[in-house]
Design a protein around this ligand. Structure first.
Ligand SMILES: [Zn+2]
Length: 99
């Protein structure tokens, strides 16, 4: 588990800065635009898909699941993803194709 570094100045992101990357896609030190590598895009895309589909899947399996439990599951999954996401970020200087 390793936090990302800037492709341009090799600045090592701090945890809070990598979370901010989700909103501001620029290096906090040199201001260069950071793009996700294809590999890293997959690693961050898969948990996002899980968050969207797993709760729906669970509800169709356990039909008696209440709406409150559904929301709780979504929030827990979201927090887990947010906590681990920065470690799967990897930056490059140009936009790479998704696959
Ligand atoms: Zn930089």
């Amino acid at each position: 588990m390793k936090l990302p570094t800037c492709w341009s100045c090799h600045y090592s992101y701090r945890y809070s800065e990598s979370v901010k990357y989700l909103f501001i896609k620029k290096c906090p030190k040199c201001g260069e635009q950071q793009y996700l590598t294809t590999k890293s895009n997959l690693k961050t895309g898969v948990p996002a898909m899980v968050i969207m589909f797993l709760p729906t899947l669970l509800i169709s399996v356990f039909l008696d699941l209440s709406f409150a439990s559904y929301i709780a599951i979504v929030i827990i999954l979201f927090i887990i993803t947010l906590l681990t996401l920065p470690f799967s970020l990897q930056f490059t200087n140009k936009k790479e194709p998704l696959f």
